[in-house]
Design a protein around this ligand. Structure first.
Ligand code: ADP
Length: 178
């Protein structure tokens, strides 16, 4: 990953709902903050209630959602803030867009099987999606296209939260100035 002066990495956590994106991002956020690194975390669900409000789950709206998050991430990153984004980001087209348009983009594939995500079902969303109460739900009625060349893969089915977070921290160690 290239790191020009004043520009910080954007750690983009992609994966199914319930895969562990927010958990890993929080762990990395806290570790960086403890080390005195300026850091900001952008949570996909929270942004859908603010700057991405009104966007739905069609392919176009999902793309627009990602573009808006990327815009904010770019502003933060170019001002030296390490930016962590947790958003499903299900389509290859989105990740190609990010790699092309977002300097400092680091793709982190938060890997977890659909079976395990459904077992966790933290918010009861999978059950609803299975009952047909949520349309275009990623993994059930909308695709999650697996990343082909992520920068980091964390396997939350077989690795602890600490091991996942530490693998990410090790990957970015050289590009983060404290
Ligand atoms: P997402 O942000 O991808 O929707 P969350 O971070 O909310 O997912 O995590 C979903 C569930 O998975 C939570 O109950 C969390 O505690 C659990 N989890 C996350 N990472 C791990 C891990 N490495 N090992 C075991 N459980 C995990």
């Amino acid at each position: 990953m290239s790191a020009t002066r004043g520009q910080s990495p954007v750690l983009w956590f992609t994966g199914l709902s319930g895969a562990g994106k927010t958990t890993a991002a929080r762990y990395v956020e806290e570790a960086l903050r403890r080390s005195g690194v300026p850091v900001e975390r952008l949570d996909g669900d929270e942004l859908r209630a603010t700057i991405c409000k009104g966007l739905g789950f069609s392919r176009e709206d999902r793309m627009e959602n990602i573009r808006r998050i990327a815009y904010v991430a770019k502003l933060l990153s170019r001002n030296g803030v390490v930016t962590l984004v947790s958003a499903i980001t299900p389509y290859r087209e989105m990740r190609a867009y990010l790699r092309e348009h977002l300097p400092g983009y680091v793709e982190i594939y938060v890997r977890c099987s659909l079976t395990e995500c459904e077992r966790r079902d933290v918010k009861g969303m999978y059950a609803k999606a299975r009952r047909g109460e949520i349309a275009a739900f990623t993994g059930i009625s909308d695709p999650y296209e697996e990343p082909e060349a992520p920068d980091v893969v964390i396997d939350t089915e077989n690795m602890t939260v600490e091991a996942c977070g530490d693998a990410i921290l090790a990957h970015i160690a050289e590009s983060v100035s404290r």
